[in-house]
Write a protein that binds this ligand. Structure first.
Ligand SMILES: [Fe+2]
Length: 321
């Protein structure tokens, strides 16, 4: 059967038989094309291919799209996890979250009590996430997609940290840079802890005053982290600039393009992806494919080269299941 799909839906083993191509950039690949590695998708993206037609009788089909799009059940969630990971991988990931969660919860409640963040504590937490990365981080990110009401903040922090570690590894950054990305991912939203809970948990639309208060969280977090001894500039940059947008329409400073520190551009992608794919039992979740489709359709929001790398190395490359 012939099926038209977007590039981010391509997986290894698919056979591309037709292309929708704007024809002005790069070289169109010869057809039919068997996708044998993420590099093939990278090539199609660089050639500005818009969509492709795959032949599902002669190659792999899309699958899994649409999960959680309707209702939700814990059984379905567990079954889905076990279809992608071994029971041991899921158990290891669960263990990593259980070991890390108390430290993150303590840091979060310390902030609410007005205490300063200890850099060493955050650094150690990220070291255990780094040790888990490469072995069970995909399972960890998958497992942390499901968030009950009281788990949203700390699981988001842990998952964004793990995502940034993996993305940093896929970009072949050195271990020190990856460590800083992990700490930045863990602490990027801590400024939210200084906002009233009623606003963070509000179900309806925020008033203009509430919206401005929420938008103050990067600056509040930055000021909080700055008080900590030895807090590296990269971590401060991630916290302050993770809501900046590539075209200058973000906040708090409206920085543009390369004027936004690269670690913060990496954080913006991981933060939005993680938030969009989060499954909440009481709310419809975005599938991975929908989230990536939306991000690709948001020109100006993200660094285009980093987003392309995220899609080809993390999504198509199978780091994220
Ligand atoms: Fe944020």
């Amino acid at each position: 059967m012939k099926k038209r799909i977007r590039l981010h839906q391509l997986r290894t083993g698919m056979l591309v038989t037709e292309l929708e191509w704007n024809g002005s950039a790069g070289t169109a690949p010869a057809l039919p094309l068997l996708i044998s590695s993420p590099l093939d998708v990278d090539h199609l993206m660089r050639a500005q291919v818009i969509s492709v037609v795959i032949d599902t009788r002669r190659g792999a089909d899309t699958g899994g799209a649409g999960r959680y799009a309707g209702g939700f059940s814990h059984v379905q969630f567990e079954t889905d996890l076990l279809s992608k990971f071994s029971a041991r991988e899921v158990e290891n990931a669960r263990q990593t979250i259980e070991n890390t969660a108390p430290h993150v919860r303590r840091m979060l409640s310390d902030i609410r009590m007005g205490a300063a963040i200890q850099f060493e504590g955050a650094s150690q937490t990220v070291e255990s996430l780094m040790a888990a990365a490469g072995q069970n981080s995909a399972a960890l990110i998958g497992l942390s997609r499901l968030k009950e009401r009281d788990q949203v903040t700390f699981l988001h922090s842990i998952a964004v940290s793990a995502l940034m570690i993996d993305f940093g590894r896929s970009l072949k950054l050195d271990e020190e840079a990856i460590h800083l990305l992990g700490i930045g991912g863990l602490l990027h939203d801590f400024g939210k802890m200084l906002l009233p809970r009623a606003i963070l948990n509000k179900k309806g639309t925020l008033t203009e005053a509430e919206r401005l208060l929420v938008r103050s969280h990067p600056l509040r977090g930055y000021e909080l982290l700055k008080r900590a001894e030895n807090m590296p500039q990269t971590v401060l940059d991630i916290c302050l600039y993770h809501h900046e947008q590539y075209d200058g329409t973000g906040y708090p400073r409206g920085l543009q393009g390369a004027g936004i520190p690269r670690p913060a551009r990496i954080a913006a992608i991981c933060d939005v992806y993680e938030a969009m794919t989060t499954i909440r039992p009481y709310k419809r979740a975005w599938t991975q494919s929908e989230a990536i489709g939306f991000m690709l359709d948001s020109p100006g929001h993200f660094d285009p080269e980093l987003l392309q790398n995220f899609v080809s190395r993390m999504v198509v490359g199978g780091v994220l299941a």
